[in-house]
Design a protein around this ligand. Structure first.
Ligand code: NAD
Length: 416
């Protein structure tokens, strides 16, 4: 699958696999190794211009996005790669300007971009806006209209942060799992979706869980392809004991595995016991694949294993276009707009920067550069710098900007 390489710096690879070497790279012929100079292997020698749409959003969104912009400026100034960036409004900021959470014009730009880099939306200021115009509706429209059916959430525990987890160090140190959540189907979108007044002082609420075979097959393939580049194991989670959609999910995963991926280990687990296992012995997992609802919850549980919401990146991917071979993609931190700390320089920019790292890896086939960015983040954490959310005794508290500058400084050293 195009560009589904994991970070080499942090991830154990299968035997015989070099870091970031991907068959597509040869075909794309836009990044070549100059002589024996490993440092330059990720340079974009033809200087392909990558089109990015930046949507900072609300609250801390613009603050953490500023650190991505700093990185983009450096990459362009150094001639490492070239980005053409546009910026748009989404969420509450779009509502304030246009009375919608995303305009058609911004949607068109998102469709035309090679990748959308998204900050966060929402906040109490917009609590009473009409439901259709609520800030989150902008994000849901992006996911739906771009067909982003696969949500990838890595949960990696940086050694320096093992003590920030609510679990014991030995349970999380070296943790490296990938949760693949189906994002456009299931109970969040299924019809009917209604609240009916029964007329006797009672109301009835209905949400509908629906999955078709093709939806399960395509998310399964994303998970299996990822596993092949990692530790070769997929755990599929559903509730086949009580849900028909779980029965189908289990059946289709088993068929896709037998037909196309029998070199990968497939395990099935009920989603509730999977949740238990995630907090008991998370290191048993490699890739977890699950539906929209369970994925929402399980990925938040996995998130907390690594310490803070401020550390967690994500990618949302669509189908590969048969003609262009490109995927529609949106990259965003897992966290929200954090209104409680917005505007105070307290936000941790790592989740946002690591989301941009996922864009380098999955949209632009720049796995080596993404590895270096991950290594720069690990080095800064190892040096003891911490934003407030991950502060511990003996570490040095820094602001959003200082953290962004320190990470860029490390990346510059790694690139020198
Ligand atoms: P949140 O993720 O914004 O914040 C939860 C807690 O984590 C807060 O204490 C916050 O200060 C902290 N936090 C989050 N990101 C941080 C970071 N980068 N650095 C340091 N600390 C960080 O979740 P919430 O408080 O439940 O929601 C706030 C708003 O964000 C709501 O309007 C919600 O709807 C919205 N939201 C948006 C998204 C999104 O845009 N994808 C996701 C979740 C929530």
């Amino acid at each position: 699958m195009p560009g589904l390489d994991p970070p080499a710096g942090l991830k154990p690879r299968r035997r015989g696999e070099g870091p970031g070497i991907h068959p597509l790279r040869k075909m794309m012929d836009c990044r070549v190794k100059r002589g024996n100079d490993e440092q330059n292997v990720f340079e974009d020698t033809t200087m392909t211009t990558h089109k990015l749409l930046l949507l900072p959003g609300d609250g801390i969104g613009p603050e953490v996005m500023a650190e991505v912009k700093r990185l983009i400026d450096w990459l362009s100034a150094k001639g490492i790669t070239k980005f053409e960036t546009e910026q748009g409004l989404v969420g509450g900021s779009a509502y304030d300007a246009h009375k919608v959470s995303i305009t058609d014009d911004t949607m068109a730009k998102a469709k035309a971009a090679d990748a959308v880099i998204f900050g966060a939306v929402g906040g109490p200021k917009w609590d009473s806006v009409p439901y259709e115009a609520r800030p989150e509706a902008g994000l849901l429209r992006l996911r739906k209209d771009l067909g982003l059916f696969a949500n990838l959430r890595p949960a990696v525990c940086y050694p320096a942060l093992a003590d920030a987890s609510s679990l014991k160090r030995e349970a999380v140190e070296g943790l490296d799992i990938m949760i693949v959540r189906e994002l456009t189907g299931g109970v969040y979108f299924g019809e009917p979706k209604t609240i009916t007044d029964l007329g006797n002082g009672q109301k009835r609420a209905i949400d509908t869980q629906v999955y078709d075979t093709y939806e399960i097959e395509r998310i399964g393939r994303v998970a299996f392809d990822l596993a092949r580049k990692r530790r070769n194991k997929v755990t599929s989670m559903e509730k086949r004991n009580v849900m028909k959609s779980g029965v189908l999910w289990n059946e289709v995963m088993t068929q896709v595995h037998a037909r196309e991926y029998n070199d990968v280990t497939l395990e099935h687990q009920l989603a509730d016991s999977g949740g238990m296992m995630l907090v008991k012995y998370p290191k048993q997992f490699d890739v977890i694949v699950t539906d929209n609802l369970f994925g929402d919850m399980l990925s938040d549980i996995a998130a907390m294993l690594t310490g803070s919401l401020g550390m967690l990146p994500s990618a949302s991917l669509g189908e590969v276009d048969a003609k262009t071979k490109k995927r529609r993609a949106l990259y965003e931190p897992v966290h929200g707009s954090a209104p409680d700390i917005a505007g105070r320089g307290l936000a941790n920019p790592i989740a946002m920067l690591a989301s941009f790292g996922m864009a380098l890896r999955y949209s632009f086939d720049m796995g080596e550069l993404a590895d270096k960015l991950d290594a720069a983040i690990a080095a800064v954490l190892a040096s003891g710098l911490r934003t407030a959310d991950i502060k511990s005794e003996g570490s040095k508290g820094v602001s959003t900007t200082q953290m962004g500058e320190a990470i860029l400084g490390e990346l510059q050293k790694l690139h020198a």
